[in-house]
Design a protein around this ligand. Structure first.
Ligand code: G3P
Length: 217
């Protein structure tokens, strides 16, 4: 399972990258706004900085909703850096654009996916990644991890190669459950990734080893 970080914050991207386990980055317009990126030039430069920092796919989202505009925007995003993956929303024109990008060799990530039916359409359109938002599904009293398992089962039966990118991760347990459910990728904020390190018995055990080590040094 690949690890992506879900942020546009350069310090957090660097911290995750320094762990040596980062495979890519996902962003969205809300995450870009959160770090104060404004204007087309600043947006372009920010994506370029991220793509040069991390050796892996970087999802950059279109904000157009009409087929030709999505295609034009996606082509511009793709031209920023070879590792840029065009993130396209799960709407009718988005599906058409995913097919166009697929036919023209541009990698895509289909975002805002909340059902197995939507994941089927994304795979049929040739999306490289499909992004079910598991935290938001949980927020609505459905089971986000169950959706990951359902999509993994469908894709395995059908032999579809679209990678399941579990998004809207809220906890370290989400990451563990997504690994069990068959996600190909998780994209997570930094904290749930760092949370995977934690166990009180590790801290207690290390303290004992370090204190015993003083007796024989
Ligand atoms: O990648 C999509 C993700 O950023 C959505 O996360 O926490 O806004 O539901 P969240």
């Amino acid at each position: 399972m690949k690890f992506f970080i879900d942020t546009a914050d350069l310090a957090q991207i660097k911290e995750a990258n320094d762990l040596g386990i980062l495979d890519g980055v996902t962003t969205n317009p809300s995450l870009m706004a959160k770090v104060g990126i404004k204007g087309e030039e600043a947006v372009t430069n920010h994506y370029k900085t991220i793509a040069e920092l991390v050796d892996g796919d970087v999802s950059a989202e279109v904000v157009s909703t009409e087929f030709s505009a999505i295609v034009e925007e996606g082509k511009k995003l793709h031209a920023i850096h070879p590792n840029i993956v065009v993130k396209v929303p799960m709407i009718k024109d988005g599906i058409k654009a995913l097919k166009w990008f697929s036919d023209n060799g541009i990698k895509t990530n289909c975002t805002l996916v909340f059902s197995a039916g939507q994941a089927i359409l994304a795979a049929k359109a040739g999306a490289n990644y499909v992004s079910p938002f598991i935290g938001r599904i949980d927020d609505a009293s459905w089971d986000g991890v169950e959706l990951i398992a359902q999509i993994a089962n469908i894709y395995a039966i059908q032999g579809w190669e679209t990678e399941i990118l579990a998004a809207s991760i809220r906890s370290s347990l989400h990451i563990v459950k997504c690994a069990e459910a068959g996600a190909d990728v998780i994209t997570s904020p930094l904290e749930p990734i760092l949370g995977l390190l934690k166990h009180p018995l590790t801290d207690i055990g290390l303290a004992k080893f370090l204190s015993d080590a003083k007796t024989f040094k």
